[in-house]
Ligand binder design. Structure first.
Ligand code: SF4
Length: 296
Protein backbone atom coordinates (compact mmCIF):
# COMPACT_ATOMS: atom_id res chain seq x y z
CA UNK A 1 0.00 0.00 0.00
CA UNK A 2 2.73 2.41 0.93
CA UNK A 3 6.07 2.81 -0.85
CA UNK A 4 9.14 1.65 1.01
CA UNK A 5 12.52 3.37 1.32
CA UNK A 6 14.66 2.49 -1.64
CA UNK A 7 17.60 3.93 -3.47
CA UNK A 8 17.34 7.28 -1.73
CA UNK A 9 17.78 5.91 1.79
CA UNK A 10 21.47 6.73 1.94
CA UNK A 11 20.97 10.40 1.22
CA UNK A 12 18.07 10.63 3.70
CA UNK A 13 20.31 9.15 6.42
CA UNK A 14 22.94 11.75 5.62
CA UNK A 15 20.42 14.56 5.92
CA UNK A 16 19.11 13.22 9.28
CA UNK A 17 22.62 13.03 10.70
CA UNK A 18 23.22 16.61 9.75
CA UNK A 19 19.93 17.92 11.16
CA UNK A 20 20.28 20.09 14.24
CA UNK A 21 17.61 20.98 16.82
CA UNK A 22 16.13 23.69 14.61
CA UNK A 23 15.72 21.32 11.67
CA UNK A 24 14.22 18.69 13.97
CA UNK A 25 11.76 21.25 15.33
CA UNK A 26 10.85 22.20 11.78
CA UNK A 27 10.23 18.57 10.85
CA UNK A 28 8.05 18.05 13.93
CA UNK A 29 6.11 21.23 13.13
CA UNK A 30 5.54 19.96 9.63
CA UNK A 31 4.38 16.57 10.87
CA UNK A 32 2.06 18.12 13.48
CA UNK A 33 0.64 20.47 10.87
CA UNK A 34 -0.18 17.63 8.52
CA UNK A 35 -1.88 15.67 11.29
CA UNK A 36 -3.94 18.64 12.50
CA UNK A 37 -4.91 19.69 9.01
CA UNK A 38 -5.96 16.18 7.99
CA UNK A 39 -8.03 15.62 11.13
CA UNK A 40 -9.67 19.04 11.05
CA UNK A 41 -10.64 18.46 7.44
CA UNK A 42 -11.85 14.88 7.65
CA UNK A 43 -15.41 14.45 6.38
CA UNK A 44 -16.93 13.94 9.85
CA UNK A 45 -15.42 17.22 11.07
CA UNK A 46 -16.91 19.10 8.13
CA UNK A 47 -20.33 17.49 8.21
CA UNK A 48 -23.01 20.19 8.18
CA UNK A 49 -26.22 18.19 7.63
CA UNK A 50 -27.87 16.63 10.63
CA UNK A 51 -27.53 12.89 10.95
CA UNK A 52 -28.83 10.14 13.23
CA UNK A 53 -25.99 10.63 15.70
CA UNK A 54 -27.21 14.15 16.49
CA UNK A 55 -30.96 13.76 16.22
CA UNK A 56 -31.26 12.53 19.79
CA UNK A 57 -29.37 15.47 21.28
CA UNK A 58 -31.53 16.58 24.21
CA UNK A 59 -31.01 20.32 23.67
CA UNK A 60 -33.66 21.56 21.25
CA UNK A 61 -31.87 24.87 20.83
CA UNK A 62 -28.68 23.13 19.70
CA UNK A 63 -30.76 21.13 17.22
CA UNK A 64 -32.33 24.38 16.07
CA UNK A 65 -28.95 26.01 15.47
CA UNK A 66 -27.81 22.96 13.54
CA UNK A 67 -30.96 22.68 11.45
CA UNK A 68 -30.89 26.40 10.69
CA UNK A 69 -27.29 26.16 9.55
CA UNK A 70 -26.59 28.98 12.00
CA UNK A 71 -22.97 30.18 12.03
CA UNK A 72 -20.99 28.56 14.82
CA UNK A 73 -19.39 30.79 17.42
CA UNK A 74 -17.50 28.41 19.71
CA UNK A 75 -14.44 28.24 17.54
CA UNK A 76 -12.00 27.39 20.31
CA UNK A 77 -9.10 25.55 18.73
CA UNK A 78 -9.96 21.96 19.56
CA UNK A 79 -8.91 19.36 17.09
CA UNK A 80 -11.32 16.38 17.18
CA UNK A 81 -8.61 13.95 18.21
CA UNK A 82 -10.81 11.46 20.06
CA UNK A 83 -13.48 11.36 17.36
CA UNK A 84 -10.70 10.78 14.84
CA UNK A 85 -9.41 7.86 16.88
CA UNK A 86 -12.95 6.55 16.92
CA UNK A 87 -13.17 6.85 13.14
CA UNK A 88 -9.98 4.83 12.75
CA UNK A 89 -11.30 2.18 15.11
CA UNK A 90 -14.58 2.07 13.17
CA UNK A 91 -12.59 1.45 10.01
CA UNK A 92 -10.81 -1.39 11.78
CA UNK A 93 -14.07 -2.99 12.88
CA UNK A 94 -15.42 -2.67 9.35
CA UNK A 95 -12.39 -4.53 8.05
CA UNK A 96 -12.85 -7.31 10.59
CA UNK A 97 -16.44 -7.97 9.56
CA UNK A 98 -15.88 -7.51 5.85
CA UNK A 99 -13.14 -10.14 6.03
CA UNK A 100 -15.36 -12.35 8.19
CA UNK A 101 -17.94 -12.39 5.40
CA UNK A 102 -15.57 -14.53 3.36
CA UNK A 103 -16.19 -17.38 5.81
CA UNK A 104 -19.93 -17.48 5.12
CA UNK A 105 -21.86 -18.19 1.96
CA UNK A 106 -23.92 -15.28 0.66
CA UNK A 107 -27.53 -15.09 1.74
CA UNK A 108 -30.24 -16.13 -0.76
CA UNK A 109 -30.65 -12.48 -1.75
CA UNK A 110 -26.92 -12.15 -2.38
CA UNK A 111 -26.17 -10.23 0.80
CA UNK A 112 -23.11 -11.07 2.82
CA UNK A 113 -23.75 -12.25 6.37
CA UNK A 114 -22.50 -9.03 7.99
CA UNK A 115 -23.79 -5.81 6.46
CA UNK A 116 -21.05 -3.35 7.25
CA UNK A 117 -21.29 0.44 7.06
CA UNK A 118 -24.44 0.50 4.94
CA UNK A 119 -26.29 3.76 4.45
CA UNK A 120 -29.87 3.77 5.65
CA UNK A 121 -32.58 6.41 5.38
CA UNK A 122 -33.86 7.15 8.86
CA UNK A 123 -36.64 9.60 8.03
CA UNK A 124 -37.63 12.89 6.45
CA UNK A 125 -36.86 16.23 8.12
CA UNK A 126 -38.46 19.32 6.63
CA UNK A 127 -38.89 17.57 3.30
CA UNK A 128 -35.35 16.20 3.10
CA UNK A 129 -34.26 12.62 3.57
CA UNK A 130 -31.91 12.07 6.47
CA UNK A 131 -29.58 9.15 6.16
CA UNK A 132 -26.75 7.71 8.13
CA UNK A 133 -24.16 5.00 7.97
CA UNK A 134 -24.91 2.06 10.22
CA UNK A 135 -21.93 0.23 11.65
CA UNK A 136 -23.26 -3.32 11.51
CA UNK A 137 -26.39 -5.32 10.81
CA UNK A 138 -26.53 -9.07 11.29
CA UNK A 139 -29.57 -11.34 11.61
CA UNK A 140 -31.95 -8.61 12.79
CA UNK A 141 -29.45 -7.05 15.21
CA UNK A 142 -28.33 -3.45 14.59
CA UNK A 143 -25.05 -2.45 16.24
CA UNK A 144 -23.42 0.92 16.71
CA UNK A 145 -19.81 0.94 17.95
CA UNK A 146 -18.72 3.53 20.50
CA UNK A 147 -15.10 3.81 21.46
CA UNK A 148 -15.10 5.18 24.95
CA UNK A 149 -12.72 6.35 27.67
CA UNK A 150 -12.65 4.59 31.03
CA UNK A 151 -14.61 7.08 33.16
CA UNK A 152 -17.39 7.33 30.67
CA UNK A 153 -17.48 3.60 30.11
CA UNK A 154 -18.12 3.09 33.82
CA UNK A 155 -21.03 5.54 33.62
CA UNK A 156 -22.54 3.74 30.65
CA UNK A 157 -22.29 0.44 32.49
CA UNK A 158 -24.05 2.00 35.46
CA UNK A 159 -26.64 4.18 33.74
CA UNK A 160 -27.00 2.89 30.21
CA UNK A 161 -26.16 4.74 27.02
CA UNK A 162 -28.45 7.74 27.52
CA UNK A 163 -31.11 9.13 25.21
CA UNK A 164 -28.88 10.34 22.39
CA UNK A 165 -27.23 7.00 21.72
CA UNK A 166 -30.41 5.06 22.32
CA UNK A 167 -32.32 7.17 19.81
CA UNK A 168 -29.50 6.88 17.32
CA UNK A 169 -29.64 3.09 17.54
CA UNK A 170 -33.41 3.02 17.02
CA UNK A 171 -33.08 5.43 14.08
CA UNK A 172 -30.65 3.10 12.34
CA UNK A 173 -32.98 0.21 13.02
CA UNK A 174 -35.85 2.14 11.44
CA UNK A 175 -33.63 2.71 8.44
CA UNK A 176 -33.01 -1.01 8.08
CA UNK A 177 -36.68 -1.74 8.49
CA UNK A 178 -37.46 0.79 5.76
CA UNK A 179 -35.05 -1.10 3.53
CA UNK A 180 -37.07 -4.24 4.14
CA UNK A 181 -34.75 -5.90 6.65
CA UNK A 182 -36.22 -7.27 9.88
CA UNK A 183 -34.90 -5.82 13.13
CA UNK A 184 -35.50 -7.27 16.58
CA UNK A 185 -32.72 -5.70 18.66
CA UNK A 186 -30.66 -2.52 18.72
CA UNK A 187 -27.29 -2.42 20.42
CA UNK A 188 -24.63 0.07 21.35
CA UNK A 189 -21.36 -1.76 21.77
CA UNK A 190 -19.06 0.31 24.00
CA UNK A 191 -15.46 -0.63 23.37
CA UNK A 192 -12.70 0.66 25.62
CA UNK A 193 -10.49 3.32 24.10
CA UNK A 194 -7.89 3.14 26.85
CA UNK A 195 -8.58 -0.16 28.60
CA UNK A 196 -8.48 -3.83 27.71
CA UNK A 197 -11.12 -5.44 25.50
CA UNK A 198 -12.53 -7.34 28.47
CA UNK A 199 -13.85 -4.03 29.83
CA UNK A 200 -16.28 -3.72 26.92
CA UNK A 201 -19.99 -3.21 27.49
CA UNK A 202 -22.73 -4.45 25.18
CA UNK A 203 -25.97 -2.52 25.73
CA UNK A 204 -29.01 -3.74 23.87
CA UNK A 205 -32.77 -3.26 23.78
CA UNK A 206 -35.74 -4.43 21.78
CA UNK A 207 -36.22 -2.31 18.69
CA UNK A 208 -38.88 0.34 19.24
CA UNK A 209 -39.99 2.00 16.03
CA UNK A 210 -41.96 4.58 18.03
CA UNK A 211 -38.74 5.88 19.54
CA UNK A 212 -37.36 6.37 16.05
CA UNK A 213 -40.55 7.92 14.70
CA UNK A 214 -40.85 10.26 17.69
CA UNK A 215 -37.28 11.42 17.26
CA UNK A 216 -37.79 12.19 13.59
CA UNK A 217 -41.06 13.96 14.33
CA UNK A 218 -39.46 16.15 16.96
CA UNK A 219 -36.49 17.11 14.79
CA UNK A 220 -38.82 17.73 11.86
CA UNK A 221 -40.84 20.09 14.05
CA UNK A 222 -37.76 22.05 15.07
CA UNK A 223 -36.57 22.19 11.47
CA UNK A 224 -39.89 23.58 10.30
CA UNK A 225 -39.94 26.08 13.13
CA UNK A 226 -36.49 27.50 12.40
CA UNK A 227 -37.23 27.48 8.67
CA UNK A 228 -40.34 29.55 9.27
CA UNK A 229 -39.04 31.98 11.88
CA UNK A 230 -35.28 32.04 11.47
CA UNK A 231 -33.37 33.19 14.59
CA UNK A 232 -36.66 34.35 16.12
CA UNK A 233 -37.30 30.65 16.75
CA UNK A 234 -34.30 30.22 19.02
CA UNK A 235 -35.87 31.67 22.21
CA UNK A 236 -38.77 29.25 21.75
CA UNK A 237 -36.58 26.18 21.95
CA UNK A 238 -35.84 24.39 25.18
CA UNK A 239 -32.27 23.97 26.25
CA UNK A 240 -30.63 21.10 28.06
CA UNK A 241 -27.20 20.33 29.33
CA UNK A 242 -25.87 18.80 26.16
CA UNK A 243 -22.16 19.17 26.97
CA UNK A 244 -22.36 22.88 26.46
CA UNK A 245 -18.59 23.33 26.63
CA UNK A 246 -18.29 21.58 23.30
CA UNK A 247 -21.41 23.04 21.72
CA UNK A 248 -20.50 24.89 18.51
CA UNK A 249 -22.99 27.62 19.45
CA UNK A 250 -21.75 28.27 22.99
CA UNK A 251 -20.93 31.93 23.56
CA UNK A 252 -20.34 32.54 27.21
CA UNK A 253 -22.23 35.53 28.59
CA UNK A 254 -24.40 35.85 25.51
CA UNK A 255 -27.74 37.57 26.04
CA UNK A 256 -28.80 37.26 22.42
CA UNK A 257 -29.43 33.76 21.14
CA UNK A 258 -28.95 34.98 17.57
CA UNK A 259 -25.27 35.47 18.40
CA UNK A 260 -24.86 32.33 20.51
CA UNK A 261 -26.06 30.58 23.63
CA UNK A 262 -24.63 31.24 27.09
CA UNK A 263 -25.07 27.57 27.99
CA UNK A 264 -27.55 25.63 30.02
CA UNK A 265 -27.64 26.53 33.74
CA UNK A 266 -26.92 22.92 34.74
CA UNK A 267 -23.81 22.64 32.58
CA UNK A 268 -20.56 22.46 34.50
CA UNK A 269 -17.04 21.73 33.33
CA UNK A 270 -17.29 18.23 34.79
CA UNK A 271 -20.28 17.63 32.54
CA UNK A 272 -18.14 18.40 29.56
CA UNK A 273 -15.67 15.59 29.65
CA UNK A 274 -16.11 14.51 26.09
CA UNK A 275 -18.29 15.94 23.31
CA UNK A 276 -19.29 12.51 22.07
CA UNK A 277 -20.35 11.00 25.32
CA UNK A 278 -23.70 10.63 26.96
CA UNK A 279 -25.97 13.61 27.34
CA UNK A 280 -28.19 14.38 30.28
CA UNK A 281 -31.47 16.13 29.44
CA UNK A 282 -32.68 18.84 31.74
CA UNK A 283 -35.37 21.30 30.77
CA UNK A 284 -35.05 24.94 31.68
CA UNK A 285 -38.58 26.21 31.62
CA UNK A 286 -38.44 28.00 28.27
CA UNK A 287 -41.84 29.01 26.83
CA UNK A 288 -43.71 25.87 26.03
CA UNK A 289 -44.86 26.93 22.56
CA UNK A 290 -45.13 24.19 19.98
CA UNK A 291 -45.26 21.80 22.91
CA UNK A 292 -46.77 19.02 20.90
CA UNK A 293 -43.85 19.05 18.54
CA UNK A 294 -41.02 19.86 20.90
CA UNK A 295 -41.81 18.13 24.14
CA UNK A 296 -41.37 14.59 22.90
S1 SF4 B 1 -24.62 25.85 24.74
FE1 SF4 B 1 -25.70 24.16 25.76
S2 SF4 B 1 -27.77 24.96 26.14
FE2 SF4 B 1 -26.82 26.28 24.59
S3 SF4 B 1 -27.44 25.44 22.60
FE3 SF4 B 1 -25.46 24.53 23.12
S4 SF4 B 1 -25.97 22.60 24.17
FE4 SF4 B 1 -27.82 23.87 24.17
Amino acid sequence: MFSQPGQGAGSAATAATAAGPAALDALKEEIDGLIVDAINNQPRSLQTRIGPSEMGIPCDLRLGYKLAGHPVCNTEDRMPWKPWLGTQAHDGMATIFQLANAKFPPRPNGDPRFLVEYRVDVGVVNGEDVDGQCDLYVDGLVIDWKFTGGDQLRKYKKNGPGPQYEKQAHLYAAGWEAKGYPVHTVAVYFLPRDQEFRQRYFWHAAYDRQTAAGTVEKVDGIAKLVAALGPAAFPLLKTANAYCQYCPWLRRGSTDLATGCAGHPDATPSDSYDPFRDLIPSENGKPDLFANLLAK
